[in-house]
Design a protein around this ligand. Structure first.
Ligand code: SAH
Ligand code: SF4
Length: 356
């Protein structure tokens, strides 16, 4: 069973089927009001209702099991336990503006099986409910409020934790709308990273409910056969269909703030030579994407892949830059607590400091 558990919203409607919909908005708002710490504090609801809710619906859909902080203090990771006690991870990272970015999970494990990713090695346990996704923000807000010496603002959310968000797209969408309605996050501050599930990407083009967030596509190879070796879910004609999709997307949602980014994890001897960089240039020029984000490989236990050398990374970037492509390199954070991209697999490494 890989379905997500029910949302609080559905549980509420099952308990109180004749309540007006504004009641749900009232409750949703309360979850994101810092002074509200439990059902007891939502005094806009009747006492009887609060008593039922206290027994039947958890105020938080997930509870912390362990929290780890990197030695540098710039990255924190939590293992959260869902309603059924299945566990998943969420990461808080400092960003360039000295504010925080949260890296949220959308599933427990992942069925996509990318060969260089620790989450992929776990297989898929289940999807997260929209509450379990949205509450990762609430958890980190609470974490920061207990540490007044730290910057307090969460300015960005990236779906780069465990799981493939587009395989759980309805819950991902609901969680994003919850944040847009009840926090100060704007849509361009949310990035959905996907391995590129083409039918779902195509569905987004005509979905009026899809929020105008940023999209990052994990490309990792400019060519279908070699991509399939590291991303086994690569569909036939992947690159051609993806290129078409980027143009359709640009036409429908197009402006620079909603540009598509390609992510490219550099693995030594696998996808990082100069010829591949040149092929990547050729491919990117067939798309509407304006940016490539290269990610130095983070090591994953049990895999003999190695990261590209510094020189190799610079050479690869130079080929793209010389061709006029905007290239950024992702700063690696939280390796000492296994919180970096692709390392989330519920292993608590001994480095770092357990803080909770
Ligand atoms: N499933 C989504 C989002 C989660 S993975 C996706 O694949 O995009 C988030 C990012 O981490 C992706 O770009 C992914 O390719 C990258 N990643 C996975 N394993 C990695 C590793 N070992 N080192 C560096 N990046 C990795
Ligand atoms: Fe899943 Fe993304 Fe990891 Fe691939 S890289 S296995 S899609 S989480």
């Amino acid at each position: 069973m890989t379905e997500a558990p029910p949302n609080r919203h559905d549980l509420f409607l099952a308990l109180f089927p004749s309540e007006p919909t504004f009641r749900l908005d009232q409750i949703e708002k309360a979850y994101f009001t810092e002074s509200m710490t439990g059902w007891d504090s939502v005094t806009t609801l009747s006492k009887d209702m609060r008593e039922v809710l206290e027994k039947e619906i958890p105020w938080m859909s997930c509870t912390p099991v362990t929290t780890l902080s990197s030695a540098a203090g710039d990255t924190h990771k939590v293992v959260l336990s869902g309603i059924d006690e299945e566990m998943f991870e969420s990461v808080l990272m400092i960003n360039r503006r000295d504010q925080w970015t949260i890296c949220v999970s959308s599933q427990i494990g992942c069925a996509m099986g990318c060969t260089f990713c620790a989450t992929g090695m776990m297989g898929l346990k289940r999807s997260l409910s929209s509450d379990e996704i949205a509450d990762q923000y609430r958890f980190w807000k609470q974490f920061l409020s207990e540490r007044p010496e730290l910057p307090q603002r969460i300015s960005n959310v990236v779906f780069m934790g465990m799981g493939e968000p587009l395989v759980n797209v309805e819950n991902v969408k609901k969680a994003i709308h919850t944040w847009l309605d009840h926090t100060d996050l704007g849509p361009t501050k949310v990035t959905v990273s996907t391995v590129g599930v083409l039918p779902v990407l195509e569905g987004i083009l005509t979905d009026p409910d899809w929020p105008p967030v940023r999209i990052a596509i994990s490309l990792h190879s400019p060519e279908e056969e070699s991509r399939r070796k590291i991303v086994p879910t690569t569909a036939p004609n992947f690159h051609k269909r993806l290129a078409k999709w980027t143009h359709d997307y640009q036409e429908i949602h197009g402006n620079r703030r909603h540009h598509v980014t390609f992510e490219y994890t550099l693995i030594s001897g696998v996808n990082d030579n100069e010829d591949e960089a040149k092929l990547l240039v050729k491919f990117v020029k067939t798309t509407s994407a304006v940016k490539v984000n290269v990610i130095p490989l983070n090591l994953v236990e049990g895999k003999d892949y190695t990261a590209s050398s510094r020189e190799g990374i610079e050479k690869f970037k130079a080929v793209l830059l010389n061709a006029g492509i905007d290239v950024t390199e992702r700063k690696t954070m939280g390796r000492d607590i296994a919180a970096a991209c692709g390392q989330l697999a519920l292993t608590i490494k001994s480095g770092g400091k357990v803080v909770g």
